[in-house]
Design a protein around this ligand. Structure first.
Ligand code: F6P
Length: 318
């Protein structure tokens, strides 16, 4: 193994830069040439490679986003696109590829592995929706970004004695809502994994108001539905003022937390070690605080288990 490459793909996640840094510096320390691929699989298809050195990754461990840029490549989803990418890897004599991204990116890495390319997947997505790993890079930072917003919204919410619905990202996963709701002491957490009844929420809000509570915070995962719609439904059902805030992309940016930086550094290192140990077609992850690796297909076939006990704890502590 002489040359390896690294790319970031799909939605960006804070900590991707820390992972790129770990891959580049671990690779160089093992005597490898390390190339960065710009714009994910799109850049792979057109051979957009850049040779990296130690200083290419200076001053990025803390930064959100990805210095390599990212993309959701439609062309790469096709057989033709994957063949073009595999050819480009051969033309540039890349012996191993590290793919940092989520489920879709791992499916791409699996496609390349089937074409004989040595690939390792590193989980980078704020959604935390990959079943084989306890955490993915970016999730902790996103949760902390939501907590920051909860604190600010609570101030104005209690001044006006309002209910605030805070809509968070996560695609079809409720993890960002669950963890930020528990950590932020939210009065309600609505996630796709658990059934929710409008009547129950309304009852809770009326009871709180009658007890003289100044505000209530409800965290709504985007996978459940539209927060503006819920705002309207609650106001129509009970005589309480409600405001919805969609946090959107603020969750994905900003300084990366220590947890994500350390996770990214450990996962990036393991990815390179696997390649130099002649192992491809695998993903790395974290289980009970130990770094693990697993065959890509197996990881993608696992079904994510929702942390129901955390959901129940949040309800108990309301
Ligand atoms: O997968 C990460 C994520 O931020 C999801 O939580 C969200 O649904 C989606 O990406 C938004 O995608 P885009 O960046 O394409 O708008």
């Amino acid at each position: 193994m002489k040359n390896i490459a690294v790319l970031t793909s799909g939605g960006d996640a804070p900590g991707m830069n820390a992972a790129v840094r770990a891959v580049v510096r671990t690779g160089i320390s093992k005597g490898l040439n390390v190339f960065g691929v710009r714009r994910g699989f799109s850049g792979l298809i057109c051979g957009d490679f850049e040779k990296m050195n130690e200083s290419s990754v200076s001053d990025i461990i803390q930064r959100g986003g990805t210095i390599l840029q990212t993309a959701r490549s439609e062309e790469f989803r096709t057989e033709e696109g994957q063949c073009k990418a595999a050819n480009m890897i051969r033309i540039f004599e890349i012996d191993g590829l590290v793919v940092i991204g989520g489920e879709g990116s791992f499916a791409g890495a699996m496609g390349l592995s089937k074409k004989g390319i040595m690939c390792i997947g590193v989980p980078g997505t704020i959604d935390n929706d990959l079943a084989y790993t306890d955490f993915s890079i970016g999730f902790d930072t996103a949760v902390n970004n939501v907590l920051d917003a909860i604190n600010k919204i609570r101030d104005t919410s209690s001044s006006h004695e309002r209910v605030s619905i805070i809509e968070v990202m996560g695609r079809s996963s409720g993890d960002i809502a669950l963890y930020s709701g528990l950590a932020g002491g939210a009065e309600g957490i609505i996630v796709p994994e658990m059934e929710f009844k409008l009547e129950n929420i309304c009852k809770l809000l009326v009871e709180r108001k009658n007890k003289g509570k100044l505000h209530s915070i409800i965290i709504l995962a985007e996978g459940v539905g539209d927060s503006k719609q819920l705002e309207k439904q609650i106001m129509e059902s009970v005589n309480i003022e409600v405001r919805a805030t969609i946090l959107g992309y603020t969750q994905r940016g900003g300084n990366t937390t220590a947890f994500d930086r350390i996770l990214a550094s450990r996962l990036g290192e393991r990815a390179v070690e696997l390649l130099t140990g002649d192992k491809g077609g695998r993903v790395v992850g974290i289980k009970n605080n130990a770094i693990i690796d697993m065959e890509i297909g197996e990881a993608l076939s696992m079904k994510k288990e929702f942390r129901r006990e955390l959901y129940e704890l949040a309800a108990k502590l309301q």
